[in-house]
Design a protein around this ligand. Structure first.
Ligand SMILES: [Zn+2]
Length: 358
């Protein structure tokens, strides 16, 4: 990480703003609010600044360091390629601000390589967002397979670059997120007050049952990964040890919010498999202290999530550029049972607060 204060960094970036802006390819027209195709979202006549908390990008040079080819040319590359397509898609969908994260593909790297990749990604993310602060914020990358290092990387990102969140996978290499060796990371995330966006890696499927037709490793494997990861955070006491954590789960938290009350019974049905007093509350109660993106696909799915966890815990997500979701704003506007305040919170208010978007 380049050792610059945030002010020095912003000044440096601002000094090279033309170069950075053009180099990253987001044209002035495409980011202008005056662009004619930009959808303006309102709730009951009040303009809402909408925020997509789940959008992907990549840093090509970091992917090259890992000898990985981006699997979709439509991913927003933070150097080299034009960005008009992404900004135009945001404008059409009514997304004012996208919170960018990079898919977690460096958890198998050794310490030196992981450090290089993470440093490169965070510097480019910070530079890109500083140059496009009206449309993009970003989650930091950390080398979670080295928890102490990840904690110091996170602190550096927050203090030097002003990141307000970090993206992590559903496992840290072969370790569960609730493994006690990760406590230094959780402690630091709580202390810094940043959002921890949990996004599944390609699912672990040791028995090969998700192979075959249907992209099941992604379609059902990813929500399953989240279900497992969140359940461990609850049952292993991570959320008791760090109650101030702001964890945001991708994909609506997977299957957990649909079936959480079964977990409330597991320690009474199988007490011999439970540590007494852990977790400290009924498992389903922890759901109300987590955050979730809105990728539920239907109004009924979103309505149910809101009734289980509270509408104020939900933030809009799209998974851009992957075409999982057709009309992210409209699903939120049409979901029954939400108040105007709820809709404003889901569309952008809660994410703006969490991510410190001014
Ligand atoms: Zn995603």
């Amino acid at each position: 990480m380049v050792d610059l204060t945030r002010r020095e960094f912003v000044r440096k970036v601002a000094g090279a703003a033309g170069l950075t802006f053009v180099g990253c390819g987001a044209s002035a027209q495409s980011t202008s609010p005056a662009a004619s195709t930009r959808r303006v979202v309102s709730v009951n006549g009040r303009r809402i600044r909408t925020v997509d908390i789940h959008a992907h990008c990549l840093v090509p040079a970091a992917a090259a360091l890992l000898n990985q080819q981006p699997n979709r040319s439509a991913l927003l590359p933070l150097a080299g390629e034009p960005q008009e397509t992404r900004v135009a898609a945001m404008d059409r969908a009514g997304i004012d601000v996208s919170a960018l994260s990079i898919n977690l593909n460096w958890y198998g790297a050794d310490r030196d390589l992981a450090t290089q990749v993470v440093t490169m990604q965070n510097e480019q993310l910070a530079e890109f967002c500083a140059a496009h602060r009206d449309r993009f914020v970003a989650f930091a990358s950390v080398a979670l397979q080295f928890p102490e290092l990840a904690a110091s990387q996170l602190e550096s990102c927050v203090r030097n670059f002003g990141f307000r969140g970090v993206a992590i996978g559903t496992m840290a290499g072969r370790r569960e997120l609730a493994d006690r060796s990760l406590d230094p990371f959780w402690k630091k995330a709580e202390e810094l007050g940043v959002v921890v966006f949990v996004h599944p890696l390609a699912t672990s499927d040791p028995n090969g049952r998700l192979a075959g037709n249907g992209a099941l490793a992604n379609a059902i494997g990813n929500p399953l990964e989240l279900t497992i990861a969140l359940s461990h955070l609850i049952f292993e006491g991570t959320l008791d040890r760090y109650p101030g954590l702001k964890v945001c789960a991708a994909h609506g938290g997977g299957y957990l919010p649909s079936y959480a009350h079964r977990s409330d019974r597991s320690c009474s049905v199988f007490p011999e498999q439970c540590t007494p007093g852990q977790p400290q509350k009924a498992p389903s109660r922890y759901l109300k202290q987590l955050y979730y993106d809105s990728i539920l696909f239907t109004e009924e799915g979103l309505r149910h999530l809101a009734s289980e966890v509270g509408a104020q815990q939900i933030v809009m997500g799209t998974d851009a550029p992957y075409p999982w979701v057709d009309a992210p704003v409209d699903v939120i506007l049409r979901t029954p049972g939400l108040s105007d305040r709820d809709r404003a919170a889901i569309l952008g208010g809660t994410a703006a607060r969490l991510l410190g978007i001014q």
